[in-house]
Design a binder for this molecule. Structure first.
Ligand code: IMP
Ligand code: MG
Length: 181
């Protein structure tokens, strides 16, 4: 399938993203001021969102760590079986208020798995943050604590979101308007 031959439109522009992420940063600053905030970004999808998000959170003690998961999805979402490909590099997170950051909650199999995985490490507190939420696609109960935009069931690309591992570097989010699945 050649994405260049499909019909596509901009769903969230660079300024839409910038504006919303600035708001999220202010909300997080308010909620985490004085706390030991540890942001855990899920790779690869959240790398661009997280880079912008952490720069909008004015908390000097904020730390960032990364985790990579894999799942046997079809490329459009994850199947139920999520695995840790690389774990965070901090051994003891019991003193940290953890915020797990991902690009999207789709089926939410990934977030469900990661929340359980990090909970086992006994962080002081644990919350979740996603740029996009597709609540209509859920396979498990999950409501993010912080969410940029709730969207319909459309496959999105750009700003970290990939199609066959490409287009992550597009600075805005677009969706293909003729059906992909
Ligand atoms: P989950 O289905 O909520 O576990 O989401 C798993 C992963 O599927 C996300 O982290 C994304 O990498 C990918 N994904 C879900 N929806 C989209 C989309 O619309 N575009 C690109 N990737 C997506
Ligand atoms: Mg992906």
């Amino acid at each position: 399938m050649n994405i260049e031959e499909r019909k596509w439109e901009v769903m969230l522009s660079e300024s839409d993203l910038k504006e919303r992420i600035a708001e999220m940063g202010k909300e997080l600053k308010k909620d985490y001021d004085g706390k030991n905030l540890l942001v855990i970004a899920l790779l690869k999808g959240s790398f661009i969102f997280c880079a912008d998000l952490v720069r909008s959170i004015d908390i000097p003690q904020l730390k960032v760590n990364f985790m990579t998961t894999s799942s046997y999805g079809d490329g459009f979402s994850s199947a139920g079986k999520v695995k840790v490909q690389s774990d965070i590099t901090l051994n003891d997170i019991t003193d940290y208020d953890v915020l797990i950051v991902d690009d999207i909650a789709d089926t939410a199999n990934t977030m469900d798995f990661v929340v359980k995985h990090i909970t086992k490490k006994n962080p002081k507190s644990l919350k979740t943050c996603v740029l996009l939420d597709k609540p209509s696609r859920r396979q498990v109960d999950f409501v993010p604590d912080y969410c940029g935009f709730s969207i319909e069931d459309k496959f999105v690309v750009g700003y970290g979101f990939d199609f066959e591992d490409r287009y992550r570097n597009v600075p805005y989010i677009f969706n293909v308007t003729d059906e992909l699945r």
